[in-house]
Design a protein around this ligand. Structure first.
Ligand code: ATP
Ligand SMILES: Nc1nc2c(ncn2[C@@H]2O[C@H](COP(=O)(O)O)[C@@H](O)[C@H]2O)c(=O)[nH]1
Length: 199
């Protein structure tokens, strides 16, 4: 591993990436990104998972600082204005963003950093960090995606409709990303991701 160096003010964020590696996991809502991510972290605790900031209300069981940092819209807008996000987007009526400083510090110390984010944010990362590796997770079918969102039973009917509408657009963008993995059989998809990250 590279020695940990202080971040030089002259170093661009892209230059910092040479010390570590940035991985983007994206795909439509309900495809299983979060579930894959949790298993990946259990198997590989050396990975750094970036906890995002959101204006969405916590779901039952979600913990502030673990699943997300839950903040108000006005506070989020203030953080945007202050340049605190590496990327951010509005998704299904809420804001989501990746904290810049924490991620860059981890990359700089040589960690493999994984972001689990939606399409617009993933596009922003691809534009600002061309050396990031992007993985798009696809459902085996649209019907199965809908079943998974409903089975999760954590969104209102209106939120489910918004997410499914957005999912159609997101799936069409799969080819923009470096790797496409179908999450049909869970273990197979997890192994496929591991092959990409650790081969
Ligand atoms: N391979 C799979 N087969 C069947 N069900 C799965 C599979 N992978 C995940 N699921 C289930 O699908 C549901 C949605 O998964 P998850 O919440 O991880 O999706 P997500 O992509 O993170 O969604 P979001 O982007 O909205 O956070 C969960 O109930 C999860 O257990
Ligand atoms: N652009 C970003 N998207 C993010 C971030 N954190 C999560 N997400 C994505 O938002 C949707 C909805 O998430 P949910 O928890 O409300 O179901 C999903 O696709 C996440 O991957 C982020 O920091 N930036």
């Amino acid at each position: 591993m590279m020695p940990a160096l202080p971040i030089q003010s002259s170093a661009t964020t892209e230059e910092c990436l040479h010390l570590g590696r940035l991985i983007v996991l994206t795909g439509p809502s309900g495809v299983g990104k979060g579930t894959l991510m949790r298993s990946l972290l259990e198997r590989h605790p050396e990975l750094y998972y970036s906890v995002s900031v959101t204006t969405r209300s916590p779901r039952p069981g979600e913990i502030d600082g673990k699943n997300y940092y839950f903040i108000s819209r006005s506070k989020f807008e203030q953080l945007v204005a202050e340049g605190e996000f590496l990327e951010w987007a509005e998704f299904a009526g809420n804001y989501y963003g990746t904290p810049r400083e924490a991620v860059l510090n981890q990359i700089h110390s040589g960690k493999l950093v994984v972001l689990e984010i939606e399409l617009e944010g993933a596009r922003q990362i691809r534009a600002s960090f061309p050396s990031a590796l992007s993985i798009f997770i696809l459902p085996p079918s649209f019907d199965e995606l809908e079943k998974r969102i409903r089975f999760r039973a954590q969104d209102s009917e209106e939120a489910i409709a918004r997410r499914l509408l957005r999912a159609q657009e997101e799936i069409q963008a799969a080819d923009e990303f470096d790797i496409q993995i179908v999450n049909d059989d869970f273990e197979t998809a997890l192994n496929d991701i591991e092959m990409v990250l650790f081969k």
